[in-house]
Ligand binder design. Structure first.
Ligand SMILES: NC(=O)c1ccc[n+]([C@@H]2O[C@H](COP(=O)([O-])OP(=O)(O)OC[C@H]3O[C@@H](n4cnc5c(N)ncnc54)[C@H](O)[C@@H]3O)[C@@H](O)[C@H]2O)c1
Length: 358
């Protein structure tokens, strides 16, 4: 099998490329990544010389490049596409929404169209009877469902109600995936996952930002009252879920992926303060993010029932390992932060250093 994984230099993408190379040693993995501020070659240094790993620098909305790869001209026949490439930070989407539409909506459409054009088997009719040689998996987010009150969970039937430019651009991508399945019969699956944590997460996001700040005796900025709730899943469990859906998921289906670990941002902050031996004087409350969703919680029973997937990490185990990883990889944190300083747009709306979960 030869797969294109997009966004493979980012947080989840790099963990996923590593996962596939280890768990499927006969697969060839092509990582298409634009190397934005969020993409780092350092994230995959350990596999860069693996003969089954190929890197292509480029944007998923670059039709010429994407067609060169997906047609098979560049590396040979492609069997699947897993799309993780995206602008992923809500605060940045508030400051500059357009790039989110380019990457998350237009980029998704370019990938789908290439999979359609080069994957349709000759002689088959479009629609329900169509046969395709390329499977497509869209990695999406629970944020497309909007915000929950104190009770209830997002299921796959929850109507889409995105509230930020980030989540609405991801919802746009999801709807295009739905359309390519319903219109052409393409084997497109979508996963919608809750907040990930683990190694190689960009330090603009809550957990690595706070660990980094606390290790450097800097205060941590908590949005609003700190009572926003997120569900947390270890990135390695997410990678297993993506692998499972890619191989066993039903075309046209959406799968919710969650960790059953709901915490307020303040609870997470206190866990990190304790783990780094710091006190509450390190908390700095900052003005709340515009349009800040209150609560996300995922019902992932479909993943369990239909595909036999469940998270393997407890939050206690996962967060302890994660804190250790950042403590042991301070050089990585420094390299990644150096790249950000050149790219962060400065606006008074929501300073990126006041980052929250995602
Ligand atoms: N991080 C989470 O908690 C989370 C949860 C659910 C879903 N997701 C989704 O998973 C995916 C990966 O998230 P992440 O946290 O790893 O993001 P990330 O920001 O760490 O990485 C994104 C990667 O995509 C690349 N990229 C961005 N725009 C591109 C473009 N137009 N063309 C090619 N490459 C491009 C970047 O260079 C980077 O390597 C995203 O689609 C995101 O919406 C993330």
């Amino acid at each position: 099998m030869r797969l294109v994984i997009t966004g493979g230099l980012g947080f989840i993408g790099s963990n996923l490329v590593r996962h596939f190379l280890k768990e499927h040693p006969t697969y060839e993995i092509i990582n298409l990544d634009a190397e934005t501020y969020a993409g780092h070659q350092e994230n995959l240094e350990d596999v860069a010389s693996n003969p089954n790993y190929k890197f292509v620098k480029g944007h998923i909305e670059d039709t010429v490049l994407v067609n060169e790869i997906v047609s098979g001209k560049k590396f040979g026949k492609i069997d699947g596409i897993i799309n993780l490439a995206a602008e992923s930070h809500v605060d940045r989407s508030i400051m500059d929404p357009q790039v989110f539409v380019k990457s998350n909506v237009l980029g998704t459409q370019v990938l789908l169209e290439a999979a359609f054009k080069h994957g349709l088997k000759e002689g088959t009719k479009l629609g329900v009877d169509a046969e395709f040689s390329i499977r497509y998996l869209q990695v999406s987010t629970d944020e497309v469902y909007g915000s929950l009150g104190a009770t209830g969970y997002f299921t796959e039937e929850t109507p889409l109600a995105p509230n930020s430019p980030y989540s609405s651009s991801k919802a746009g991508g999801d709807l295009l995936c739905r359309a390519y399945f319903h219109t052409f019969g393409m084997p497109v699956m979508t996963t919608r996952c809750s907040n990930n944590y683990g190694p190689y997460q960009h330090p603009e996001k809550l957990i690595p930002l706070f660990i980094n700040n606390l290790m450097n005796d800097k205060q941590v900025p908590v949005y609003g009252d700190g009572a926003n709730i997120r569900d947390w899943l270890h990135v390695k469990d997410h990678c297993i879920a993506i692998d499972t859906v890619f191989h066993k998921g039903q075309p046209g289906e959406v799968y919710n992926v969650g960790g059953n670990n709901e915490y307020t941002n303040m609870e997470i902050t206190k866990i990190l303060l304790k783990a780094t031996g710091k006190g509450e004087e390190m908390i700095r409350y900052v003005e709340d993010r515009l349009g800040h969703d209150r609560r996300y919680a995922i019902d992932s029973s479909k993943m369990k029932k239909e595909l036999d997937w469940a998270p393997s990490y407890t939050f206690e185990q996962g967060i302890a390992e994660t804190i250790e990883w950042y403590k042991n990889n301070q050089e990585w944190l420094k390299q990644v932060m150096d790249k950000v300083e050149d790219t962060v747009p400065v606006t008074p709306v929501a300073a990126p250093q006041a980052a929250t979960a995602k």
